[in-house]
Ligand binder design. Structure first.
Ligand code: SF4
Ligand code: SF4
Length: 395
């Protein structure tokens, strides 16, 4: 295998172009599979990955990462990025409390890259400024407890530029992939950051896996028929690394095979190597996906829990599956995962409180879309079959 490639942070230190996204660690039932995760983290370090991205709200993630790094004495070989859950903060004291808890979970005395998590508009940053965050950051940087300060962003391009200009950031993190070239911060936002010499970390490079394993058949066929012989994930990753403004691409890797494959691609890509043919392939695949996809849900689950129990990502995932796996299969999956539960929460139970929409980084009009999805996934015969199935199971 060739060697990992590195781009640079604002101080000139090397950052591996592939970062380990720690939101989706391997699981054993409801818990993180610590043994398997340890194997993967150590292998990633061996292959040159030096950027590990976690967050306060990723269940068990900071703790697992901290334990594994401490146990193996490899804390100094990696750079940890974690995030302040700014949306939970009500008073100035909470900032310190979350940060101290994060240091304890991570078993470290410093965080290399600290982000304001999920800023969606300038108001969220201004709220933090009013609580004294700028002085707080200056003190933490001065003491060495924080190396570099940034923010992760889900919002529109105009708002991204406002947040970017509001502070002297060391780096930022955006959702970016070939389906989001003109949404979220978009290519325009990426370039705006580069103009300010602000390194950009990329999240959702595969749109929650859609661009790797859930492509509509026409899009998958276009990639398979292309002479490069790339996999769908490889195309999406190469498209990102082709752009020199991209510093590091996070991938939520949870198997050794996925890790080694991503490292192989990261070792062999080159900025500026996409020509007319490669860009035409991306344009063709994008068009085919957009023609088939029902809703741009990434499965992040930020909209959960819903007060009446509607599993929104499961509903949208099944709905999108209609394009990739066919109607019958999608309906069957939905029946199995939701419809046959003892007390299933269908879209009809929605009380239109709007909580889900206020948390959705993709700005999906969830209240409206869940009704459409429900109509598509549960035509009358399926409603009857579901009711009979539940009656049979519960009798
Ligand atoms: S609007 Fe409907 S789906 Fe969204 S959180 Fe409220 S009840 Fe749940
Ligand atoms: S609906 Fe929005 S918040 Fe919920 S899982 Fe999908 S993208 Fe995430």
């Amino acid at each position: 295998m060739q060697e990992m490639q590195y781009r640079h942070d604002r101080t000139g230190e090397p950052v591996s172009i592939l970062g380990f996204g720690c939101m989706r660690f391997a699981r054993k039932g409801p818990r993180i599979d610590l043994e398997e995760t340890e194997r993967q983290i150590l292998r990633a370090i061996e292959l040159g990955v030096n950027y590990f991205d976690t967050a306060y709200i990723y269940p068990g993630s900071e703790d697992a990462l901290g334990r594994i790094l401490e146990k193996n004495g490899v804390r100094d070989k990696v750079r940890i990025a974690t995030k302040l859950p700014q949306y939970l903060i009500k008073g100035a004291g909470a900032i310190d409390r979350y940060f101290e808890e994060q240091l304890q979970r991570l078993r470290t005395d410093h965080v290399d890259f600290y982000l304001m998590h999920m800023l969606t508009d300038i108001a969220a940053w201004e709220k933090l400024v009013a609580l004294g965050i700028e002085d707080w950051i200056a003190r933490k940087k001065e003491s060495g407890q924080i190396g570099q300060i940034g923010f992760s962003f889900h919002g529109n391009t105009a708002m991204f530029k406002q947040v970017l200009a509001a502070y002297d950031w060391d780096f930022c993190q955006i959702q970016y992939n070939y389906l989001d070239e003109t949404s979220q911060a978009g290519r325009e936002g990426l370039h705006a950051a580069a103009e300010r010499n602000i390194p950009v970390i990329i999240m959702e490079p595969l749109r929650g896996g859609t661009l790797a394993t859930r492509l509509p058949s026409g899009a998958a066929r276009a990639i398979a028929d292309d002479a490069h012989g790339w996999t769908p994930a490889e195309l999406a990753l190469r498209w990102l690394w082709d752009q020199p403004q991209v510093t590091c691409v996070l991938s939520g890797m949870n198997s050794i095979e996925m890790l080694e494959e991503n490292c192989r691609v990261a070792s062999s890509c080159e900025a500026g190597s996409f020509g007319r043919e490669e860009l035409a392939l991306v344009a063709d695949v994008r068009e085919r996906i957009l023609a088939a996809t029902k809703v741009g849900c990434t499965g992040c689950r930020y909209c959960q829990p819903c007060p009446v129990g509607i599993d929104i990502p499961a509903l949208f995932s099944a709905w999108n599956m209609m394009a990739t796996d066919g109607k019958a299969h999608a309906r069957h999956v939905y029946l199995q995962t939701v419809g046959l539960q003892r007390d299933p929460a269908f879209a009809s139970a929605c009380v239109r409180c709007g909580t889900c929409e206020s948390h959705c980084p993709q700005h999906i009009p969830i209240r409206e879309k869940i009704q459409e999805a429900d109509r598509a996934l549960r035509p009358l015969p399926d409603r009857i079959a579901g009711a009979v199935g539940r009656w049979w199971a519960l009798r």
